[in-house]
Design a protein around this ligand. Structure first.
Ligand SMILES: Cc1ncc(COP(=O)(O)O)c(C=O)c1O
Length: 417
């Protein structure tokens, strides 16, 4: 096999390598090893060069997900593979379980689903509603819950508010009071509009409507703001990991209440892949129902170590401070914000650019290009407010220093408009 390897090396360097009969006669034993070594070094050097070039050309992500993934996280992601039914995997899951429980302030077992968030979102609908679901809608992602619920064959109704406004507890209360619903969907941090709805106030309604399953998407807020699952009293909380966790896309962290598990147990057509009962059964043995993306779980373990090394309070404060810094940058340049005052996200800033009255208006597509030419990608607005807003993310590992690099690139871009 080694000779074949050397043979391919000879083939590639045919002109030069066809000349060495004299060398071969001297080193006939050691030469194949020598060429193998040279070949592997050359290959490694070329791979490094390519890798380096890719990283040098990489445009840094300041979009609201996926966000920049650190080298440390990538290294963990690339850990050697293990079997998902072996002790190594059980040890890995058992190591991160208490960290996830501490992060989400819960005594419940935290589940890991190998899909982006919509997989578990769809699973939540299939597991937790049999009558009618109320979908709280205030932006592109929360609006989509209605469509997803209907595509799952469920009866569903929207509680629609204007984009830029939050969902308010009184409006939810009025809808639930009709007695028609057995589940509701809510997005904590609507990524398309940069609005954070008052989760604690809405979750407090659970006491009044104990039979309604409260399903909460915290895709772009989990790990960046406090989310105390047990004291919120909600039924299912989920987040994909490519946003505030700053992992590669493809993993969803979620947790469900005992009531949710009991309800799922009564639903016959809840499917298999996202069956909550299966997740619970497997998590009790530190496993997942099917083969998970083990690389993601190594990456999550590394990230959880980072999170607890920083400290939860410090992490929450960092995100709060950085989002304030971005809001200050926007105000300092004559922009207004898209979210209703008081409901601004702490992981991204959605800047108004003509979607609502007031403030400066610029050519967002051009600004985006000018910033990209400096190696940073910003978002040019999402869905029906594309171009009329733009979004800057401070999720993941961002610091004051890295945010200042973003503002400097934006400043330079604005000057060239
Ligand atoms: C709040 C929110 N929910 C759900 C999703 C959908 O997540 P995914 O595309 O990872 O399934 C997103 C994606 O941006 C999001 O921001």
């Amino acid at each position: 096999m080694r000779r074949g390897y050397c043979g391919s090396w000879f083939a590639r360097f045919g002109g030069w390598a066809s000349e060495p009969p004299y060398v071969v006669s001297y080193f006939s034993d050691t030469l194949p090893d020598f060429f193998c070594l040279v070949d592997s070094r050359l290959q490694a050097a070329r791979a490094c060069e390519k890798f380096h070039k890719r990283f040098m050309e990489h445009v840094k992500l300041h979009i609201p997900g996926p966000v920049e993934v650190s080298e440390k996280t990538f290294r963990a992601f690339c850990s050697p593979m293990i079997g998902h039914r072996g002790q190594g995997f059980k040890d890995l899951y058992a190591k991160i379980q208490p960290q996830l429980q501490a992060l989400l302030s819960t005594k419940r077992l935290v589940f890991l689903g190998t899909s982006s968030a919509w997989g578990v979102m769809e699973g939540a609908i299939r597991n937790l509603t049999t009558r009618k679901v109320l979908c709280c809608m205030c932006g592109a992602f929360s609006d989509k819950w209605l469509d997803v619920s209907q595509r799952c064959g469920k009866e569903a109704e929207g509680l629609q508010v204007d984009w830029g406004s939050p969902i308010r507890a009184e409006a939810v209360d009025a809808k639930l009071a009709t007695g028609q619903f057995d589940a509701l969907t809510l997005i904590h941090n609507e990524t398309s509009t940069g609005v954070m709805s008052p989760l604690a106030e809405i979750a407090a309604l659970k006491k009044k409507y104990p039979d309604v399953m409260f399903i909460v998407d915290a895709v772009s807020s989990m790990s960046a703001v406090p989310l105390e699952f047990d004291s919120l009293g909600i039924d299912l909380l989920l987040a994909g990991t490519q946003k505030a966790f700053a992992l590669p896309p493809g993993l969803t962290v979620f947790v469900c209440s005992e009531a949710a598990l009991a309800k799922a147990g009564t639903v016959n057509d809840r499917g298999y892949y996202f069956d909550l009962v299966e997740f619970q059964k497997n998590a009790e043995g530190s496993m997942t129902p099917s083969t998970p993306s083990i690389g993601h779980i190594y990456a999550l373990s590394s990230k959880l170590d980072d999170i607890f090394a920083e400290g939860l309070e410090a992490r929450y404060k960092r995100h709060a401070d950085l989002s304030q810094l971005t809001r200050d940058w926007a105000a300092g340049h004559g922009f207004t914000l898209f979210p209703e005052p008081g409901y601004e996200s702490r992981t991204l800033t959605c800047i108004n650019n003509g979607a609502r009255e007031g403030g400066r208006i610029v050519d967002v597509a051009r600004l985006q290009k000018l910033v990209k030419d400096q190696g940073i990608l910003i978002d040019g607005g999402y869905g029906k407010i594309k171009g009329k807003t733009f979004r800057l993310s401070n999720m993941g590992d961002e610091t004051e220093a890295t945010m200042k690099q973003l503002y400097a690139a934006l400043d330079a871009g604005l000057k060239q408009l």
